[in-house]
Design a protein around this ligand. Structure first.
Ligand code: SAM
Length: 289
């Protein structure tokens, strides 16, 4: 039976190739690669001789249909890879995967490196909820609008950036969210790997002082001000949020759990719940007098 394997590959360090990824790439009939020249180097390093075909954002629609048709008529084991990291994460692949599901072809993930997970795990921010946005728009006005809109989402935002535009992104970020706390990882898993953490101004300053920092690939993790504001205004706004959940039919305990899961500090949520309970008890006592 045909199967589509979605295989993650290293983002810079060949030691991150998992034994399973290596085995699957060696066993399948065909590897679909974003850039066959890039993937050929990887395969050569691991002495894998599986045939390669290209599958990139410009031919994905046509290619996906043709591959799925072949997989439906013959027993064809196919692996999808991108140039580096996990396919379909800011990389081509989602259309092929969707087409495989629609055709009833099993899709198997072969997980491994992703710049997003590597940067998030080394950012040191404690909030559980985050959103991944890939690359933000290039045009300055669109970039600023999309930065402002990040506040609508969860407390952490993860974005990718290229060396040509990282300074422009940091400058726009400092304008839209002065003082924002962030972590910037460059060259993850490579010799010059570095993670800078602090305010956006500190990070921008580091770039101004050392042009060498511009070399490489970047992932930014942003701790958004909305989360900070929510913490400053916690007792009142958290009480209102808890009440909102209770009115919707949840127990106070469930409401507390939901707010903690959404990234609010446990102590603050507990304090807000306690103050609600106290207020309710006082009102009850008043009504009985
Ligand atoms: N699908 C890939 C993944 O899961 O990691 C991401 C592909 S996306 C086209 C490429 C972007 O990922 C780069 O511009 C950079 O923002 C980020 N990236 C990839 N490798 C990186 C690395 N070694 N260090 C830092 N960022 C990296």
């Amino acid at each position: 039976m045909s199967t589509l394997y979605v295989v993650a590959t290293p983002i810079g360090n060949l030691e991150d190739m998992t034994p399973r990824a290596r085995r699957i790439l060696g066993e399948v009939d065909l590897i679909l690669a974003e850039d066959t020249r890039v993937t050929r180097k990887l395969l050569t390093a691991f002495q894998i001789k599986t045939p390669l075909e290209s599958h990139h954002q410009h031919n994905e629609g046509v290619k996906a249909a043709a591959i799925i048709a072949r997989m439906q008529t013959q027993d064809l084991q196919v692996a999808l890879v991108s140039d580096a990291g996990t396919p379909a994460i800011s990389d081509p692949g989602a259309r092929l995967v969707a087409a495989a599901h629609e055709a009833g072809i099993p899709v198997v993930a072969v997980p491994g490196p992703s710049a997003m997970a590597a940067a998030l795990s080394s950012s040191g921010f404690e909030e559980a909820a985050f959103a991944f946005y890939g690359f933000l728009p290039r045009k300055p006005t669109e970039l600023k609008a999309s930065l402002k809109a990040l506040q609508e989402g969860p407390p952490l935002a993860v974005v990718y950036e290229s060396p040509h535009r990282v300074k422009a992104l940091l400058t726009a970020l400092a304008e839209v969210f002065p003082g924002i706390r962030m972590s910037l990882s460059r060259e993850l898993t490579k010799v010059h790997e570095q993670t800078l953490r602090g305010s956006v101004e500190t990070v921008l300053d580091a770039f101004r002082q050392d042009e060498g920092l511009l070399r490489g690939e970047f992932v930014l993790v942003l701790s958004l001000p909305r989360a900070q504001k929510a913490q400053e205004a916690e007792p009142l706004s958290l009480e209102a949020r808890l009440m909102d959940q209770v009115v919707k039919g949840f127990s106070l305990r469930e409401a507390q759990e939901a707010l903690v899961a959404a990234g609010h500090r446990k102590n603050a949520v507990y304090a807000a719940a306690l103050s609600l309970k106290t207020a309710a008890a006082e009102r009850l006592a008043d009504s009985q007098n």
